[in-house]
Design a protein around this ligand. Structure first.
Ligand code: HGY
Ligand code: MN
Ligand code: MN
Length: 427
């Protein structure tokens, strides 16, 4: 089958059906923020995540897709091809959100894959290869850090149980939350974890995602052909001092964890300074104990998120984090743990060109661009030819309730994905 068949399937994409599903999913963990924006707080393995997965399973069952789930909670919906034994083409993204997240990050890519599979079906197109839709577990790392636990375990980047003892803000272990989620899906067939556990390694992987940046919108473009993802490294810093009375303890006798944290952050800012503003350095979470206004803090934990498109530059800075924090300590002791490490990745020309061809064939304005955000797709790069389709999002905003892409922008992305899946699955 050649891509010419794809126009029938592309025309079968239902923008309305797709948008309705997207809005239905937004209800799981949905909230309205102080400014009236419709946000989503759907942590990995939460009741909201479980309910959203159940809705996806229902839609998959209506389409006759074979559902399966692996030991890390990755959820698969499979459309057989004319030759079922062939390596599948995979598409998908994640269903968990940031705590103050939006209605599109992650879930749009999962529902884009579902709509593309349904459009192929509605157009009577059965590609040679199977197509598998995947919802990866815990991409965000918002509840349980780090992110991408599902795709990292599936791709063999890290052992499955690496993070079982990681706890959320309420002290719940990831391993226990995952077990509870899997128990709620005991009716879903199990699939061994791993690249070839469900059959041959994928032929290709394509992920749809909102850009989470301003480039497409500001240039008036419809589609981003993503060239790759910058590298990321995450750290947790714990600083241990001693509690003391705020009124009676002289400063020279204190072991004040907050004051040493400030010294560490100032030193890290100097380490991470980049006049070209290419390096991304974020301290997004700080926990103080005992967090009482009239008690000197004895313990502080804070996160470091450091990213750069050049792996050597990223490592030059990130490798110095532990020493920089240690040297900044005046009265306390610091413990630095690396939690996440993803080298910069480059997407396969095979997939980039298929996306470019589809956008061109559909008269959509496109450009090649790298991703500043990380995605599960980066862990697919060593496994099979991988790539991503971006659509614009309003103001480039993401990880915020005002995150928004229009129904037409979403439908454009689905139509491109439909043609790309038809193209790759016919190879
Ligand atoms: O943090 C990221 O880049 C992704 O959006 N989770
Ligand atoms: Mn995402
Ligand atoms: Mn995200």
């Amino acid at each position: 089958m050649t891509p010419e068949v794809a126009p029938n399937a592309v025309a079968a994409v239902s923008a309305a059906r797709h948008w309705d599903r997207l809005m239905a999913m937004a209800a799981f963990g949905g909230f309205t923020d102080a400014d009236g924006h419709p946000g989503v707080n759907r942590p990995a393995c939460s009741p909201e995540d479980i309910a959203a997965r159940r809705l996806l399973l229902g839609w998959g069952a209506e389409l006759g897709l074979a559902a399966s789930v692996d030991a890390q909670g990755n959820l698969f919906l499979r459309q057989e091809g004319v030759e079922p034994g062939l390596a599948p083409v995979m598409t998908g993204s994640h269903m968990d959100s940031q705590p103050n997240g939006g209605r599109f990050d992650g879930i749009w890519g999962v529902l884009a894959g579902l709509e593309a599979i349904q459009a192929l079906r509605d157009a009577g197109v059965t590609p040679r290869r199977p197509i598998e839709l995947v919802a990866w577990t815990n991409e965000e790392g918002g509840r349980f850090a780090p992110g991408c636990m599902g795709s990292m375990a599936w791709a063999g980047h890290s052992p499955r149980d690496t993070w079982d003892d990681v706890t959320d803000g309420d002290g719940v272990r990831f391993g226990d939350a995952l077990s509870a989620m899997l128990a709620s899906e005991s009716d879903i067939p199990r699939r061994p974890l791993g690249v070839t556990a469900g059959g041959p390694a994928p032929f290709a992987y394509v992920e749809c995602h909102i850009e989470q940046g301003p480039r497409l919108e500001s240039a008036g473009l419809d589609i981003g052909v993503v060239t790759g993802i910058q590298g990321s490294r995450w750290f947790l810093v714990e600083i241990v001092g001693r509690t003391d009375h705020a009124g009676t303890t002289p400063l020279q006798l204190r072991r004040d964890a907050v004051q040493d944290m400030v010294r560490a952050i100032n030193a890290l800012n100097a380490l991470m300074h980049d006049p070209a503003d290419v390096l991304r350095f974020t301290i997004g979470r700080i926990e103080v104990s005992p967090n009482a206004g009239n008690t000197v803090a004895d313990r502080v934990r804070f996160t470091i998120d450091c990213r750069h498109p050049d792996g050597a530059e990223l490592d030059r800075r990130a490798d110095a984090v532990a020493a920089t924090v240690g040297e900044a300590m005046r009265t306390c002791t610091a413990y630095v743990t690396e939690r996440f490490r993803a080298a910069p990745s480059v997407f396969a020309p095979l997939v980039q060109e298929a996306i470019q061809r589809a956008a061109d064939a559909q008269g959509l304005a496109s450009t090649r661009l790298p991703s500043g955000a990380f995605h599960d797709a980066q862990f697919m790069v060593p496994i099979c030819p991988s790539g991503m389709v971006f659509i614009p999002c309003r103001g480039g905003v993401s990880h915020h309730p005002s995150e928004y892409s229009t129904p037409e922008q979403c439908a454009n992305g689905v139509r491109v994905l439909t043609q790309v899946l038809a193209d790759l699955a016919s190879r």
